[in-house]
Design a protein around this ligand. Sequence first.
Ligand SMILES: NC(=O)c1ccc[n+]([C@@H]2O[C@H](COP(=O)([O-])OP(=O)(O)OC[C@H]3O[C@@H](n4cnc5c(N)ncnc54)[C@H](OP(=O)(O)O)[C@@H]3O)[C@@H](O)[C@H]2O)c1
Length: 312
Amino acid sequence: MTELSGRRVMVTGGAGFLGSYVCDKLEGAGADVIVPRKSDVDLTEQQAVRTLLDRTHPEIVVHLAAEVGGIGANRANPGRYFYANAIMGINVIEESRRAGVGKLVQVGTVCAYPKYTPVPFKEEHLWDGYPEETNAPYGVAKKSLLVMLQAYRAQYGFNGIYLLPVNLYGPRDNFDLETSHVIPALVRKFTAARDSGSPTVEVWGTGSASREFLYVEDAARAVVLATEGYDGADPVNVGAGHEVTIRRLVETIATITGYKGEVSWDSTKPDGQPRRMLDTSRAREYFGFEAAVGLEEGLRKTISWWQEHGVP
Ligand SMILES: NC(=O)c1ccc[n+]([C@@H]2O[C@H](COP(=O)([O-])OP(=O)(O)OC[C@H]3O[C@@H](n4cnc5c(N)ncnc54)[C@H](OP(=O)(O)O)[C@@H]3O)[C@@H](O)[C@H]2O)c1
C-alpha cells in the first residue's frame, strides 16, 4: 500500500479533464501535488522533462498528459497523435527512472484493444490483433508504453503500473466540436438545437456501434486507488461494466436536454470500433475499484454543467 499523505506526486496533464479530478482526489488524500503545464514544460522535449524532474523531485508520477480527441481529430492528426503520445510517455518514463521516482502510473486507453476483441474486453486479449484504424496511431503509441514499463520493471525494477480506461465523460470535458469525444459533442449539438428550435440534428454513423462510458470522477477514483494499492506488471482495465449503443445514447441525451426534433444519421461517416466494453474484474480484484455513477445520472450532471458553463 502506497501512503499518499505528505507524498510529492507529480500529475502530468493535471490541469486537463481527467487530471483536474485526479488532483482533487490526491489533494484530498493529503498529497503534495505538482502540476507541470504545457506552456512551461513541453513533455515532448526530453531535456525539459529531465530538468523538470531534477527541479521538483516527485516521489510518484501520474502520467496523464496526452494529445487526445474523438474520431474526427484522430483521423485528422494520425502522425501527430502517434508522435506526441509515444514521445511524451517515453520521456516521462525514462526520466522518472533516471531521477529515482518510486512509482509511475501510466494511463493508457481502450483504443489500444484490437478492433475485433471479444466483448467484454479482457486484458489478456490486448495483443490479439490490430486496433480499429481510425484510432490505431493513438492506441498503438500508448500501448507501446505498456511494453516499456514491463521491460523497465524486468531490467531496472522500476515500479510502473498501467491502466486502460474506457471513454470518459463528465463536467469540464472538452466541448470543442473539432476535437471533442462523442458525449460532449452530442450534448452541445442537442442543447443548441433545442435552444434554436432546429428540426433536425445530424449525428455521425449508423448508431449501431456500442460504447462503454465511465463518469470522470469514477475514473479519477480508480487512478488514485491504483496509485495507492496496485504495484503489478499486468495492465488493468478501468470501466463502468455496461455498454450502450450510440443510438440509445443519442435518445437519452435528446430526452434529458428536452430536444423535440428529429435525428438524422449520417451513415457516410465512420462508426469507429463496432463494440467496446471492458471486463472490469481485474480492477475490482487488484485494487477494489467499482464504478459508482450510472450513465443516466452522469449524463444529467454533464448536461446541467454544460447548461450552466457552456458558451451562450
Ligand atoms: N478523455 C477520455 O475519454 C479518455 C479515455 C481513456 C483514456 N484517456 C487518457 O486520460 C488522459 C487524460 O485525458 P484527458 O481527456 O483528460 O485529456 P486533456 O483534457 O486533453 O488533458 C491532457 C493534458 O495533457 C497536457 N499536455 C498535452 N500535451 C502536452 C505537452 N506536450 N507537454 C505537457 N503537457 C501536455 C495538457 O496540459 P495543459 O493543460 O498544460 O495544456 C492537458 O492538460 C490521457 O492520457 C488520455 O489518453 C482519456
